[in-house]
Design a binder for this molecule. Structure first.
Ligand code: FAS
Ligand code: PHB
Length: 393
């Protein structure tokens, strides 16, 4: 017997869960398939910062309660280079803060909301393939209880991240891929120690990029540029703390604070966009559609911005039968996506030490940083991109 629903969603990350939640609010039925288990999905560390558009969206869809209690508001970014700190007060410039509210808290809020509404999120249920995208009844083939089963739907939302199966279902003759792999990665740590200040700090240093962020007033989240194929177990705690201090410490700022490191991981740096973001009855959103280096804190925010477009498009179709939102989704999403790609790639290029770069290129990098942090125009350009572009209503 073939099951049916209106929107089949592949992936229970922020994109898939937010879509399922917003569709429920609009009276549209969905089923979410997730290959991981609930524990894994609910505790993945990943992103930490929200643009004002993302905060407003979560408030609008009834997910603001815990965020208002736990989130931390950040007013400025401190750029460390040439031996001192250069602070850009993006809140004073734009009127908007950057909000630290970890991705795992957002996912937890979404899982709770779906459960309270009786939403169908099927964990440990990998989707093997999708097909029938050119028909009015696409099918999700998923594995459960040792066999592959079918779910028929009106539409499929591919929210299955960069390594998912949905993007692969768009014919190679139709899709265009744009990607850039960077010659470095990030070693990320979570440490039980209060950050020296509740501001984000980036270091552009001869030895490489480093960054100070946080997840709570007593939990620091920090990053170090490392070789792209590096491994977390190559880094002892002592080596991490001394390298962070070498790159981040400057005389006019409080020094790096040490504490117990509770998590270490290496993330590769990539920029990636696939075009188009829809094909027949398939719509891609989030990391399934685009990836940015985390230097601009845009990955999670872009996933949410996609859903801010896609959910109302589905809702309008079921309410009125009109397809404008769905037909215009890919182009509208890509307009915003490429602006985000520009900012994230610029910040990545500006802040990292590129192996083999000429002395001229390295000196020019710091001159660009001095312009961005030392002139009104430079600071405004950075601030407007960092706090985020408007989210579509
Ligand atoms: P996700 O990858 O979160 O979710 C996709 C889901 O689909 C996963 O749960 C996966 O298990 C599931 N799935 C995949 N294939 C499936 C299949 N065949 N069947 C069923 N389910 C399937 N962004 C920032 O802004 N700042 C950061 O500091 C930052 N750090 C990051 C660190 C790491 C290690 C990674 C990987 C990403 C980081 N990101 C960061 C980006 C990250 O937050 C993503 O942008 C965000 O998770 C995107 O959400 P989704 O699109 O929902 O994709
Ligand atoms: C984070 O807190 O993980 C973070 C903050 C700002 C960035 C990147 C990552 O630009």
């Amino acid at each position: 017997m073939t099951e049916r629903t209106q929107v089949g969603i592949v992936g229970a990350g922020p994109a898939g869960l937010l879509l399922s939640h917003m569709l429920h609010l609009a009276g549209v039925e969905s089923v979410v398939f997730e290959r991981g288990n609930r524990e894994h999905v609910g505790t993945r560390l990943r992103a930490g910062g929200l643009e004002h558009g993302a905060v407003a969206l979560l408030e609008r869809v009834g997910l603001g309660a815990r965020m208002r209690k736990l989130a931390l508001s950040v007013a400025a970014t401190d750029f460390r280079f040439d031996g001192c700190g250069h602070r850009v007060d993006f809140r004073a410039i734009t009127g908007h803060p950057f909000t630290i509210y970890p991705q795992y808290e957002i996912v937890s809020d979404l899982l709770e909301a779906r459960a309270a509404a009786g939403g169908e999120v099927r964990f440990d249920t990998p989707v093997r393939r999708i097909d029938g995208l050119e028909s009015a009844r696409p099918v999700i083939h998923y594995e459960a209880g040792g066999s592959v089963r079918r779910l028929e739907c009106d539409f499929i939302a591919g929210c299955d991240g960069y390594h998912g199966v949905c993007r692969q279902a768009i014919p190679a003759s139709v899709q265009r891929v744009f990607e850039e792999n960077y010659p470095f990665g990030w070693l990320g740590i979570l440490a039980e120690v209060a950050p020296p200040s509740l501001e984000v700090a980036y270091a552009c240093h001869e030895r490489g990029f480093a960054m100070q962020s946080f997840r709570a007033p007593t939990i620091s989240r920090m990053y170090l540029q490392c070789p792209p194929d590096d491994r977390a177990d190559n880094w002892s705690d002592e080596r991490i703390w001394s390298e962070l201090a070498l790159r981040l410490d400057v005389p006019d700022r409080p020094p790096v604070a040490r504490g117990p490191i509770v998590q270490k991981s290496v993330t590769a740096m990539k920029s990636f966009v696939v075009e188009p973001l829809s094909y027949g009855t398939l719509f891609l959103a989030g990391d399934a559609a685009h990836i940015v280096p985390p230097t601009g804190a845009k990955g999670l925010n872009s996933a949410m911005a996609d859903i801010a477009l896609l959910a109302p498009a589905f809702a309008a179709f079921y309410r009125t039968g009109r397809r404008e939102g769905l037909d215009g989704y890919s182009a509208a999403c890509l307009r915003r996506t490429w602006q985000v790609q520009r900012f994230a790639a610029e910040m990545c290029t500006l802040l990292h030490r590129f192996p083999g770069a000429s002395d001229y290129a390295w000196r020019l990098q710091r001159e660009k940083l001095a312009y961005m942090t030392g002139t009104a125009t430079g600071m405004r350009t950075y601030a407007e991109s960092f706090v985020g572009l408007p989210f579509e209503p």
